[in-house]
Design a protein around this ligand. Structure first.
Ligand SMILES: [Ca+2]
Ligand SMILES: [Ca+2]
Ligand SMILES: [Ca+2]
Ligand SMILES: [Ca+2]
Length: 343
């Protein structure tokens, strides 16, 4: 072998090893969620990947801390993912990722293990690959929750063969870990699901989904929010959407997880204290848009509703749109009078 051939061979080996050790191109949340083997589990399950990440829209401390990241570039489907961080720094006693990321931070992730955990795709932060994340920017606006028909996220069905509850299909999967809102629903059943903490939300047409409050900051780790009672009606219910699967125990269902009291919007209850009285009138006035929805600032459609100059932390005027037509006008004032119950 000539010197030239040897040199070329060495060059090829060096180049090849350089390519092989280069990090793979980072994936978007959409890439990870939308590539599935069966409409559900991600094809990246068990892979270690880099992710372009998204905006932190929620944090759930619980006993096993999790963040939820949503990519504002994917507002309609496959746009969110949960990230778990169970690694406590022995020096500081803090969770390395969870305790350093705030809501509104855009977080990029490296060397994350993709895990299909009980039906939900989760990125697993690993100590061995510290730091594993970087905060690209702070104080980003949160992507809007999307209003979906209840029929888009149907409740599971009971299989009389084994008395298990199973998803009808995976058409709801693109919404996994995204923030959703359903409207005009009534609690028709509770004590459902693996942890006996699910409840059924049903529309007047009989469409139904399952919900739970285990991530609700105003509830605690288990149990129902005090607003959640059988026969309670809500103008809107918001939350994070996730799947729970444990087929060995006959469970596979999608559930809407409320995150705070304001996710449970009782009609006419503008200050989220569970009743409709004089204190709710200011909210009605602020939400009052008139009958024309033209998308102008202060108009009737979200996201304008999000930016209303109210001191209280109510995110929507959906509790005041009592005829569900997308505006707050005199027709809704008639509805407000019907639910109005002063002390
Ligand atoms: Ca899933
Ligand atoms: Ca998924
Ligand atoms: Ca009230
Ligand atoms: Ca209306």
């Amino acid at each position: 072998m000539s010197i030239q051939t040897l040199t070329w061979t060495a060059f090829v080996i060096a180049t090849t090893s350089l390519v092989a050790s280069a990090p793979a191109a980072p994936l978007s949340i959409y890439d990870i969620q939308s590539s599935t083997v069966d409409g559900d589990a991600s094809t990246y399950d068990n892979d270690v990947i880099n992710c372009l990440g998204g905006v932190c829209v929620a944090k759930f401390a619980g006993t096993r801390p999790r963040l939820i990241l949503q990519d504002p570039n994917e507002p309609d489907r496959w746009g969110a993912i949960q990230v778990k961080d169970w690694i406590i720094n022995s020096g500081t006693g803090e969770y390395e990722l969870f305790d350093h990321v705030d809501i509104g931070d855009w977080v990029e992730l490296t060397n994350m293990l993709v895990e299909e955990s009980r039906g939900t795709t989760i990125l697993h932060y690993q100590a061995a690959n510290n730091p594993g994340y970087s905060i690209v920017s702070r104080n980003n606006p949160l992507p809007e929750p999307i209003i979906v028909p209840v029929s888009a996220i149907p409740a599971p069905e009971l299989d009389p063969q084994d008395w298990g509850w199973y998803v009808v299909d995976h058409n709801a999967e693109p919404y996994e870990s995204m923030r959703l809102i359903v409207r005009n629903v009534t609690v028709t059943q509770n004590n459902l699901g693996k942890a006996v903490d699910n409840y059924r939300l049903e529309t007047p047409d009989g469409d139904a989904c399952w919900a739970a409050d285990y991530m609700n900051a105003d509830v605690g780790s288990w149990g129902y929010h005090p607003f959640v009672r059988v026969r309670q009606h809500f103008c809107a219910v918001g939350g994070t959407f996730e799947q729970y699967t444990k087929l060995s125990n006959y469970w596979d269902y999608y559930q809407l997880i409320t995150m705070e009291t304001t996710d449970l919007a009782i009609c006419g209850d503008g200050d989220s204290d569970g009743d409709s009285d004089w204190d709710d009138l200011p909210r009605f006035h602020t939400c009052l848009t008139g009958p024309h929805c033209d998308g102008s600032p202060g108009g009737c459609l979200p996201p304008a509703w999000h930016t209303l100059p109210m001191g209280r932390s109510i995110k929507h005027c959906l509790m005041m749109d009592m005829d569900y037509d997308g505006d707050v006008d005199l027709a809704d004032f008639a509805g407000f009078q019907r639910v109005f119950q002063p002390e």
